[in-house]
Design a protein around this ligand. Structure first.
Ligand SMILES: Nc1ncnc2c1ncn2[C@@H]1O[C@H](C[S@+](CC[C@H]([NH3+])C(=O)[O-])CC(=O)[O-])[C@@H](O)[C@H]1O
Ligand SMILES: O=C(O)C(=O)Cc1ccccc1
Length: 251
């Protein structure tokens, strides 16, 4: 008897398992199809950060406000925020510029049983409308925005955020010291190996993301968040070269 189609969670990421011509990484249909497996096996701490986004959202979502998940992919962070919202007049927006991601995301949101209204937008986060925000999440998305556009985006988010509201910012980072950079990169690659990725997969993926995912130092992130208009930056999670920060707007 057929077992029927596999759910995305069961689909193993083998995108870089065989030799391929070097091309920049894109969030296309082939990535969207394997994405839950890819991100879980590639990002140390991802499976811890997602439930913590729910905890943080519960703490900071304000009545009659908007919550945004910018770069929502398949909606893992969106649904965590949705479950953290305790006010029935809060609205949640998920934004991603990949059609393939948004199409699949619609499906997951429809399967989820929370009653908090969710609107998905297939738009660029650099131009999507933001207002009356209490909680905004950039869960491993800013790293894909060209560095010269990052200040403009964070300033727009800070300006749209209410007093006491927050931005949850998760990023792959780089280190000032070359020695620490080497140690943390090696540990990240060991994490991928422990999750079943081969040396070929690790090296081909590394080449594919080199020009697309641009990590910055923790100091650069802190400075930019403060100059964008947040009052305080708290590092609440780190595993190897992956971190998550909470940027808080003054009351
Ligand atoms: N300019 C842009 N405009 C809109 N979307 C963008 C842009 N640039 C990149 N994206 C989108 O940002 C997402 C980044 S993945 C987020 C994971 C999710 N938050 C999760 O918690 O599962 C992180 C990763 O793959 O490491 C992709 O879906 C891109 O299409
Ligand atoms: O896979 C990696 O090496 C990463 O740095 C994380 C990642 C996860 C998903 C898409 C692109 C990069």
């Amino acid at each position: 008897m057929s077992e029927g189609p596999k759910t995305p969670e069961q689909i193993t990421d083998r995108l870089f398992a065989t030799e391929r011509k070097p091309e920049d990484f894109r969030f296309d249909a082939s990535v969207a199809r394997v994405f839950p497996d890819m991100i879980r096996r590639s990002v140390p701490g991802y499976t811890t950060i997602i439930p913590m986004i729910e905890v943080i959202t519960e703490q900071y979502a304000q009545p009659d406000s908007h919550c945004y998940d910018l770069g929502c992919s398949l909606g893992a962070s969106t649904l965590a925020m949705r479950h953290g919202i305790r006010h029935d007049d809060c609205r949640l927006f998920g934004v991603d510029n990949s059609d393939a991601m948004i199409e699949r995301c619609e499906h997951y949101v429809a399967l989820d049983d929370s009653s908090v209204p969710v609107t998905l937008r297939c738009e660029d986060i650099l131009t999507t409308e933001l207002s009356n925000a209490s909680v905004t999440t950039l869960n491993f998305t800013l790293q894909f925005v060209p560095p010269e556009r990052r200040t403009e985006l964070l300033t727009r988010i800070a300006s749209a955020t209410r007093p006491g509201g927050v931005l949850i910012l998760s990023e792959k980072i780089r280190f000032e010291s070359d020695e620490e950079q080497d140690i943390q990169t090696r540990l990240h690659h060991e994490f991928k190996r422990a999750n079943g990725y081969s040396d070929l997969e690790i090296s081909q993926k590394r080449t594919a993301i080199e020009q697309v995912l641009i990590p910055e130092t923790l100091a650069a992130h802190r400075e930019r968040l403060l100059s964008a208009g947040f009052e305080r930056v708290v590092l609440w999670y780190q595993c190897f070269n992956f971190v998550s920060m909470l940027a808080i707007k003054a009351d």
